[in-house]
Design a protein around this ligand. Structure first.
Ligand code: GLY
Length: 339
């Protein structure tokens, strides 16, 4: 299945096909120098499978985790390309999850003012969300994704077969972002989460999410408005994530962050879906730390922030709220939940 992202001269195809990693050279121009970026948690065979199809490949394996999205990690990729004589005609391929995609996409955007970038996401989260849409970034000064660029890939290859080696907790992590998209934009997908056998429907879930993301990014590539809905649950989620960095995954925090932003009338349904996907947990929240982290984030604008609110499944409202109002709402909601 091919999904075309229509962004004028930055348009590209997203190909979804089982086993496509082994046939990548049929779709990507690999007859040049290729920097293959992966991380220590991705099975090494994935990057090797890609490298074996390249005329001249250099594999760069970064440490797994957010710490690699640093100036040091960025510099390491640039230095590797320089050391191996990469020119403007060469390319970078990400074979990994969101960290690998964000870091290597940013390096591709900067090296010689931009060389071709391909993404082969290997986690559910990156297959449904972060690998498409052109957001690349590193963390800096303790703030996530504060330095980066909108830089669209030339092609994205999505191989659902790669998910077979993914631990169950990482599947749940990706499902959180899929639930997010269903709540704002796809009632039928939300009903699939409520009533369906999720494990056997992963490909359908990926394709529905990609179509939502395609629509949103085509309308608002640079996040002036509509694209903010992809941050649904992320303001509070980021706050929780920063205060629990070593303990919780991104999707697990976004899942909790969505709950206060749902109307009371739908929250019990959302809770049930989160529980079904192992995404609900009761925590001792440190609200001061959560507020500090949530609003020292680039999405905050002074003392207010635009958040997405879902009053009915499949629809959304963008609402500007005072930072403290958001924290109070989250506190009342999350502290008051009875499981
Ligand atoms: N993952 C959020 C976005 O691409 O805008």
């Amino acid at each position: 299945m091919t999904i075309h992202m229509n962004l004028g001269q930055d348009s590209y195809d997203i190909l979804v096909e089982r086993g496509i990693l082994a046939r990548a050279k049929d779709y990507l121009n690999l007859n040049r120098r290729v920097l293959v970026v992966t991380d220590t948690q991705v099975p090494a065979i994935y990057a090797q499978t890609l490298a074996a199809q390249c005329q001249s490949a250099v594999i760069c394996t970064v440490e797994t985790g957010e710490n690699s999205k640093s100036l040091g990690g960025f510099g390491h990729l640039l230095q590797t390309m320089l050391d191996h004589g990469f020119s403007r005609k060469d390319c970078v391929v990400a074979v990994g999850g969101g960290v690998v995609g964000d870091l290597s996409g940013f390096a591709a955007s900067a090296y010689m003012r931009g060389i071709d970038f391909y993404n082969i996401p290997t986690t559910l989260l990156s297959q449904i969300d972060s690998s498409i849409g052109g957001k690349t970034a590193i963390n800096f000064g303790g703030v996530k994704n504060i330095v980066g660029a909108f830089y669209q890939p030339k092609k994205v290859l999505i191989d659902p077969k790669l998910l077979e080696t993914l631990p169950a907790r990482q599947i749940s992590n990706g499902l959180a972002e899929a639930i997010k998209m269903s709540l704002t934009s796809d009632k039928k997908l939300f009903e699939l989460f409520e009533n369906g056998d999720i494990e056997s429907k992963l490909e359908e879930i990926i394709i529905r999410c990609l179509n939502i993301k395609k629509y949103v990014v085509e309308q608002d590539e640079k996040e002036a408005g509509l694209r903010k809905i992809l941050n649904f649950g992320h303001t509070v989620g980021h706050g929780i994530e920063s205060s629990r960095e070593m303990e919780l995954y991104h999707g697990e925090c976004v899942a909790l962050g969505m709950l206060p932003m749902c109307a009371d009338s739908i929250r019990p349904r959302v809770m049930k879906v989160l529980q079904k996907c192992n995404l609900y947990r009761q925590l001792d929240y440190d609200w001061e730390q959560i507020a500090e982290a949530a609003f020292h984030d680039k999405k905050a604008d002074g003392d207010s922030v635009t958040v997405t609110v879902v009053n009915e499944v499949g629809s959304f409202e963008l609402k500007t709220m005072k930072n403290m109002e958001v924290v109070e709402l989250a506190k009342t909601c999350l502290e008051g939940l009875k499981v």
